[in-house]
Design a protein around this ligand. Structure first.
Ligand SMILES: *Cc1c(COP(=O)(O)O)cnc(C)c1O
Length: 373
């Protein structure tokens, strides 16, 4: 690794903006609601361990991950907070998870039986109720069948939580959330009385912002914390991640010159082109070719031609004084300009989650704690 991480391309991550966004989420909630920040998928691509450390002052109730390996990495790094593994657990990882005191999500009675077998009373579980997401959880309609099994298991294991997940909390209409919430409440009633230790949780970022009354015992925010919008009509998060790269070469292109694979862009007149050290191999979506733009000193510069694996070319015609080594910002704030993760996502026809988690390991993450957003 070169010792200076800002030589080619890098991602700046603001710890204080991350905390500020979590504070925005928290400020709308009733008193006493716990926080389970989701730091899965390497902290939405920004760095899981750094995110865990940045969130420590907030004293989260627990940290949320998707996989057992993510939880084990936290433990290896010395993180002692409660950790909940949200995805259905592969049975082969249950032993490791229990040894590392990870709390497991349960989607089927078989997993519960397996945890009982290896857990020997030490294991903690959260019951997931499927109220319409359809990818995990026990079917809310059949609580009469699985309820007694869960109760029996709870005499031996620690029943730490029960949760559901909304599929459409980003939509302005709350109809789908209402329906899932009602199903969840019916399930909780069928399981009652729940012990005092059983934490009830349901809300992701969008649900926590839109329906703070459904926060229950804890919320599980992700995208909004990391600077992605949670849905229409909801507040803008503070920018957290800034993707920058340096100009490696500058050339004057005569009329008719072409750029990139397939020669999809042709200079109409004399133009000035800059080759920037960032490509789809770094996670800049290839779909941005001939569509997206970067910022140089706050001014927009269009991406021309197809994006290559390692470099991207921008048209800097008319911008005075641009030199090799200058910085181009492809996401985040630069001067008075800003490209949000959602702007990039829209141009690439995807969601901010995929943009952030798609930034590859070639790009060093530089965490800063700048005391502001
Ligand atoms: C990822 C995830 C979240 C966070 O969702 P956001 O939309 O990023 O806020 C919450 N709960 C579960 C179960 C998840 O998998």
């Amino acid at each position: 690794m070169s010792t200076e991480p800002r030589t080619r391309a890098w991602l700046e991550v603001s710890a204080s903006a991350l905390r500020a966004n979590l504070e925005t989420l928290r400020s709308g909630l009733p008193e006493g609601v716990g926080l389970i920040p989701m730091i899965k998928a390497d902290g939405y691509g920004l760095g899981m361990l750094r995110a865990a450390r940045a969130l420590e002052p907030v004293a989260p109730l627990a940290l949320g991950v998707a996989t057992v390996d993510e939880g084990l990495r936290l433990r290896e790094a010395g993180v002692e907070r409660r950790v909940v593994v949200m995805s259905p657990v592969p049975h082969g990882s249950i032993g490791d998870a229990v040894d590392a005191h990870l709390e497991l999500s349960i989607s089927d009675p078989d997993a519960l039986a397996e945890i009982r077998r290896v857990g020997r009373g030490r294991a903690a579980f959260h019951l997931e109720v499927d109220t319409g997401m359809g990818r995990a959880g026990l079917d809310w309609r059949r609580v009469g069948e699985w309820g007694p099994t869960v109760r029996a298991a709870a005499t031996e294991l620690r029943w730490s939580g029960v949760f559901t997940h909304f599929h459409s909390a980003d939509l302005a209409s709350g109809a789908a959330v209402d329906q899932q919430w009602q199903r969840f409440q019916d399930t909780l009633a069928a399981l009652s009385p729940l012990g005092d230790d059983v934490l009830v949780h349901a809300c992701n970022s969008a649900a926590a912002l839109r329906f703070p009354g459904l926060a229950a015992g804890a919320i599980r925010p992700g995208i909004f914390m990391y600077g992605g919008r949670a849905g229409d009509g909801l507040p803008d998060p503070a920018p957290v991640a800034t993707l920058r790269a340096r100009i490696l070469l500058i050339r004057d292109a005569p009329p008719g010159a072409t750029v990139g694979y397939g020669a999809t862009y042709r200079a109409a007149e004399w133009e000035r082109w800059a080759t920037v050290g960032l490509g789809y191999g770094d996670g800049l979506p290839r779909a941005l070719g001939n569509r997206g733009h970067g910022l140089i000193r706050g001014r927009r510069v269009p991406i021309i031609g197809r994006i290559s694996m390692d470099v991207t070319v921008v048209d800097i015609s008319g911008l005075e004084g641009v030199e090799r080594g200058d910085v181009v910002t492809f996401m985040g704030r630069d001067g008075s300009g800003e490209i949000s993760p959602d702007d990039v996502a829209r141009q690439a026809d995807t969601i901010s989650y995929e943009i952030l988690t798609g930034i590859t390991s070639r790009v060093p993450r530089i965490w800063i704690d700048d005391g502001g957003s």
